[in-house]
Design a protein around this ligand. Structure first.
Ligand code: IVH
Length: 662
């Protein structure tokens, strides 16, 4: 029996690692999020029930916060060298001549993308991840094992039981970087200059759960002592790493001559903006390990490799104006409106100056000529002003004493905050931003109610908090410009329909800092209704998949405000549904475990899962001794054999509904 359980646990772990690989590395998930969650919960449940089979290599160990007290120093087994840099064709040509001279003939290169992140050394013992060490000074780094373990795309267990050391780059995807900075700007914290700094900043946090929350990823590119695994070249070693289940950036190319290397560099200089992560060049490596040994290394860098960097794309422009925008949390952000310039694939007209400290530090004034670039290839940024071009017409922007939108008082919430905020809780700008989120598709999905109508509603004092939208009357809308009876009626109908979107959308719509759609969905399905979320403790919140300290505190802070509590009451009185669909309708199936197999005829798997859960049952991914029923549709496969083997009752859809009593 116990052997059976331990096998089941191992199988689930393998399944989850496989799905992580499909999702995070190949970007080709083969199951739905719900199915993944079911397998994951099943594993969590079994590990809780059978602690004797606990393993540090279990994917469940990626969840949950471990707060370390310090970064311990660890010596590298082999020094972590750096790379020599070049920026032009002449240097590359010279590198190639030198290489050919030393090896006495032609040489094939392997080119890879140069990921702009933070390098790390990983050790696996018998296929289990045991250490992650930062580069440090190249000889001694810091122990970041617990951080590395929380990188979703990195397997804690390899497909083969090798002892090995691998090096690679931890990075933050561009989209995540954009989101992290937006939240930081809104929260009044300092923004990260680029994804690399954001990655480094995340890895410096003692609370390791931030790694998962911020979605750090990794690519591996260097296998230490690769020959002992039967690899003769860099290209072979990259293939080998991928076969082990490790994330390897797949745009690498082998067997290249100088001409092709130059083309590869030029091509990626153009195409880099299409990648979901930041690269700052390409790396050209002598492919064959015999030749690498012959060329050897200096104390600083190998002679067999060269980083060929891209010139940072920068443009000059003119600051036509500096406007002040007020965000959802009242933070006032200075924004430079510049003469349009084309940068990294798009036309840039505005660049956030983030906060007044940054504005004064860089001394950027209206009418200044400035250098603009894109941080992480996406966010336009003013690098510096060009004071030598000043004519005397430049204007310094002062910190506003009054909110530019509502005229309310401004100030800082605390001394160490960089942000200046509008302190008026009823500021219309804050309300408009939050209303936009509330009405958006991923939230309450109120069709036809967007920016312009919200402006009208707020400006005409028809709404002063989120819940007011459900108390609007047709007669109040008709007199508004460009509306009329027909559209007023339609809007009121759309608003009424949105009441039934359910908890997860509702939670997304509140616009709680750090709680996006996915997190809202996870919190909603964990707690089931709004009361449970409001009264949840920090540790209860942190037990939700993907929620760490930062998010938990943000949720608690949001719901502890008396104005939020009043607002929730008003939503409730208006009949807004603040519970999950799969909240308990009955206890008929209480605690019974179901496995779904084959194609169901009348319901989708998701629908069936909801029905089972809303009647107290649990849906699990695979058949085991603890399964109570298997519901079989058409073309059922191996799960049926397993059910027969374990003598588990198999139900048709009809039989299931009979069991349910309808
Ligand atoms: S090879 C012995 N390959 O760039 C040299 N490095 O500027 C090992 N990097 O320290 C490095 N992508 O952090 C290599 N495909 C790649 C890389 C890469 C990014 C980083 C790495 C290195 C730095 C040098």
């Amino acid at each position: 029996m116990n052997l059976h359980i331990s096998e089941e646990i191992e199988k689930l772990r393998r399944e989850i690692e496989e799905h992580n690989y499909n999702y995070y590395v190949l970007a080709r998930p083969v199951i739905s999020d719900n199915e993944y969650d079911a397998i994951f919960s099943k594993l969590v449940e079994l590990e809780k029930q059978y602690p004797q089979y606990a393993s540090e290599a279990s994917p469940t160990k990626k969840v949950g916060a471990i707060v370390i007290d310090e970064f311990r120093q660890v010596a590298h087994s082999v020094p972590m060298l750096s790379l020599d840099n070049t920026y032009n064709e002449e240097d590359i040509t010279q590198f190639d001549s030198k290489v050919r001279k030393i090896i006495g003939g032609e040489c094939g290169y392997c080119c890879e993308l140069k990921i702009d992140g933070v390098s790390v050394a990983l050790r696996y013992d018998k296929g289990i991840l045991v250490k992650g060490i930062s580069r440090g000074n190249g000889q001694i780094g810091e122990d970041i094992t617990e951080h590395v373990r929380r990188i979703q795309s990195l397997p804690l267990k390899l497909k083969h039981e090798y002892d090995m050391e691998i090096r690679g780059e931890i990075y933050m995807p561009k989209q995540v970087f954009e989101k992290v900075n937006k939240t930081r700007e809104e929260d009044g914290s300092e923004v990260f200059a680029n994804p690399r700094n954001a990655t480094a900043g995340t890895l410096r946090q003692l609370n390791t759960s931030v790694v998962r929350e911020r979605g750090l990823r990794i690519f591996l590119y260097n296998l230490v002592d690769a020959r002992s695994y039967g690899c003769d070249s860099q290209t072979e070693s990259l293939k080998f790493l991928a076969e082990c289940g490790l994330p390897v950036e797949n745009h690498n190319e082998g067997n290249m001559n100088l001409d092709r290397v130059l083309k590869f560099w030029n091509e990626w200089n153009q195409k880099r903006h299409e990648l979901p992560f930041d690269i700052d060049g390409v790396v050209c490596k002598v492919d064959n390990f015999n030749f690498q040994e012959l060329l050897s290394s200096t104390s600083h860098s190998p002679r067999w490799a060269m980083a060929i960097k891209f010139p940072a794309e920068q443009k000059e422009s003119l600051v036509e104006n500096i406007t002040l925008s007020v965000g959802r949390t009242g933070v006032i952000t200075p924004v430079a409106n510049i003469s349009p310039v084309r940068l990294a694939g798009t036309v840039v007209k505005n660049a956030s100056l983030h906060n007044f400290d940054n504005l004064y530090e860089k001394d950027i004034r209206i009418n200044d000529f400035v250098i603009v670039e894109k941080a992480g290839d996406i966010i336009p940024q003013i690098v510096r002003s060009l004071p030598e071009k000043r004519s005397g017409n430049e204007k310094v922007v002062e910190i506003p004493a009054k909110c530019p939108v509502c005229g309310g008082e401004t100030g800082k919430l605390s001394q160490d905050e960089v942000a200046v905020r509008c302190l008026n809780p009823l500021c219309e700008a804050k309300l408009k931003r939050t209303m936009e989120i509330f009405c958006s598709r991923q939230a309450m999905d109120i069709e036809g109610v967007g920016g312009k109508i919200l402006d009208l509603l707020v400006d005409n004092k028809l709404i002063s908090n989120l819940a007011d939208i459900y108390y609007l009357k047709e007669e109040q809308l008709i007199p508004l410009p460009r509306l009329g009876q027909k559209s007023a009626k339609k809007i009121i109908t759309q608003i009424a329909e949105s009441k039934c979107r359910g908890l997860s959308n509702f939670l997304t719509g509140l616009g709680i800092p750090l709680v996006g759609h996915k997190t809202a969905r996870d919190i909603a399905s964990h707690f089931g209704n709004i009361e449970r979320i409001i009264s949840a403790s920090q540790s209860e919140l942190e037990s939700v998949n993907g929620v760490g300290e930062e998010i938990a505190l943000s949720v608690m802070k949001y719901f502890s405000q008396p104005s939020t509590k009043d607002m929730v009451k008003r939503f409730d009185s208006a009949g807004v549904k603040m519970f999950q669909d799969n909240e308990l309708k009955s206890e008929t199936l209480s605690g019974r475990k179901f496995v779904l197999t084959g194609t169901l005829v009348n319901y989708s798997r998701d629908e069936m899962k909801k029905i089972i859960e809303s009647n107290g049952g649990i849906v699990v991914g695979s058949v085991s001794g603890k399964t109570d029923y298997v519901i079989a549709g058409e073309n059922s496969g191996s799960k049926m054999d397993k059910a027969a083997q374990l003598n588990i009752k198999v139900l048709t859809e009809e039989e299931f509904f009979e069991l349910l009593g309808n």
